[in-house]
Design a binder for this molecule. Structure first.
Ligand code: AMP
Length: 543
């Protein structure tokens, strides 16, 4: 028997209309490329989003058209999220850290019709424009006074909005209509497009709104360092207005001192981003001898949060939520809101639990399988390849059958490429990317575990464990490290430091100091580049 309830299509535009009505004092505060701090409330934002939507329509943008952005976190980027999807077009966020070749590929693959660009990224487009569609419209996201000289024949964002009506009757369309497009910045092969729908985006926003316990109260100030140009800033642009949070957008300055200053001035309670960003902030906290005013919560994800980082934050009284997800999952899969009994554990045990990758979010099904695809138990012990299923997860890649076929299993689950264990109560522990696991003598060594143990040594600022080929053992681990100061402990000292957590054969064969580690476009250590840099390297026992 069918139920008898209305079926209203889920629409992204409803989120902002709701926020403007119910949370009129919620704000978007932006450190702008113009150099100042800009503020606007949700009602003001809705007016400008309406103007932008009218302007897009006036330029012929309609259902299904792709409109790209190349921009930092700021209110204009936020406006594009809503105006583009609101009229049934698709907001394609481009990661400015991609190579020129990848950028050319995705703009042509997505068939973008317009690109909205921050002043700072204009040169990136100028360098590749001859390889982009010749009828592309470029818009620089600033006012007339700050328009840079450019060879793009670009329009000015504020002029585009000028004079347009501040109200919009948002159109209705099926909830499975495409709303957003984000390409994975995979280091091998061409980037692959995750094409989100209105339905997946609204459900994801509701899902996020459930999970961040202490953070998600009306009026709380949240700083997404995680970019709007990748993984939808972990869904914050949609969940924040729903709850009435104030978003503090950091713009281009993401170094420790700049973040500290902005957080201090604005009284940010919760800040979200990848571990590399927090290294800078923690250094500034140490330098200043205090936390930024009001700071009490940090959400870390995108790559494994080192145990030592979690410990340092918690010792300062900052609650750490460790989350896991991926572009293909909108992106949240787990959240770091641990059960109350974890918070009550002795300090070391509590940190152990927070070093895991959090609890499964509602609506995200997880399974782990062995090499033959057989399901493994969720007993916290069994380790296997992680697959996911749910309404906020891609059903395939945009116009890419080959990649789709590789990613989906026969039962319609999506293969994450991560290796994990899961406890009976849904706590996920990522051991590694399948490509980064180190196989020695037929046994696996987790590079994440090695890195965590090494990072807890005070002389190490950051590090990566990579596999090096070995004729007898197949592969052996090598630790590549960046020093925190002058001190450079030897391999034996590192072994002694790490020994407690590992069998002897699992410890690295060598320790190599470098000035910095190569990062991917999303701020993670690029093990692929690192392995390439070590192409001519020979293990000590083979020299
Ligand atoms: P992306 O699509 O760029 O967000 O990358 C997704 C991948 O990042 C995942 O498949 C994981 O390998 C990795 N990742 C994300 N969050 C975490 C985490 N908390 N711990 C370990 N790896 C993570």
């Amino acid at each position: 028997m069918q139920g008898m309830m209305m079926h209203r299509p889920l629409r992204i535009s409803d989120i902002l209309s709701y926020a403007a009505e119910v949370h009129p004092t919620g704000e978007i505060v932006s450190a702008r490329t113009e150099g100042d701090i800009h503020r606007q409330t949700y009602p003001q934002t809705l007016s400008r989003v309406s103007q932008l939507a009218h302007a897009l329509r006036a330029r012929g943008i309609g259902m299904g058209d792709r409109v790209a952005t190349l921009a930092w976190n700021g209110y204009r980027h936020f406006e594009l999220y809503y105006a583009v999807s609101g009229i049934g077009a698709v907001c394609h966020t481009i990661n400015p850290r991609l190579s020129a070749e990848q950028l050319i590929y995705i703009v042509n693959h997505a068939q973008d019709r317009m690109i909205f660009v921050d002043t700072t990224f204009v040169p990136i487009l100028e360098a590749v424009k001859d390889h982009l569609p010749s009828d592309m419209t470029y818009v620089v996201m600033t006012d007339r006074a700050h328009m840079p000289e450019n060879s793009l024949d670009a329009l000015c964002y504020e002029e585009l909005l000028d004079g347009q009506p501040t109200e919009m009757d948002w159109p209705e369309f099926p909830e499975d209509t495409a709303a957003g497009l984000c390409y994975t910045s995979g280091t091998t092969g061409n980037p692959k497009g995750a094409l989100y729908t209105h339905r997946s985006t609204v459900l994801h926003a509701l899902m996020i709104a459930l999970v961040q316990g202490s953070v998600f109260e009306e009026g709380v100030k949240v700083l997404p360092v995680v970019p709007l140009f990748h993984v939808n800033a972990w869904g914050l642009p949609y969940s924040a207005p729903l709850i009435g949070l104030t978003l503090v957008m950091p713009g281009p300055a993401l170094d420790g001192p700049s973040l500290f200053k902005l957080m201090d001035q604005e009284g940010v309670y919760s800040a979200w981003g990848v571990p590399t960003v927090w290294l800078g902030l923690l250094a500034e906290i140490k330098e200043k001898g205090r936390l930024p005013n009001g700071f009490g919560d940090v959400v870390v994800g995108g790559s494994a949060a080192p145990r030592s980082m979690i410990e340092t934050f918690e010792k300062h009284g900052v609650n750490v939520g460790h989350a896991w997800g991926m572009t293909e999952m909108s992106p949240i899969g787990t959240h770091g809101n641990m059960p109350p009994d974890v918070q009550a554990l002795p300090f070391d045990q509590m940190i152990d639990m927070k070093s895991k990758q959090g609890r499964r979010a509602f609506g995200v099904d997880l399974k782990i399988v062995d090499d033959d695809g057989n399901r493994l138990p969720h007993d916290g012990q069994a380790v296997g390849e992680l697959y996911v299923r749910g309404n906020t997860i891609v059903s395939g890649y945009y116009h890419n059958d080959e990649a789709t076929e590789k990613a989906m299993d026969a039962e319609g689950w999506f293969g994450t490429g991560d290796i994990a264990s899961i406890t009976p109560n849904g706590i996920l522990s990522i051991q590694d990317r399948s490509k980064d696991l180190i196989k020695s003598g037929g046994e696996w060594i987790s590079s994440i575990d090695l890195e965590n143990a090494a990072m807890s040594h005070p002389a190490i600022a950051s590090c990566a464990a990579i596999a090096m080929p070995h004729p007898k053992w197949d592969e052996r681990p090598v630790l590549v490290a960046v020093a925190a100061g002058e001190e450079r402990p030897g391999l034996e000292e590192m072994h002694a430091h790490m020994a407690e957590h590992f069998a002897k054969w699992q410890l690295p064969d060598d320790l190599v100091w470098v000035d910095d580690l190569p990062l991917t476009a999303t701020g993670k250590v690029s093990k692929l580049t690192l392995r390439q840099q070590f192409a001519d390297y020979t293990l000590p026992d083979l020299r």
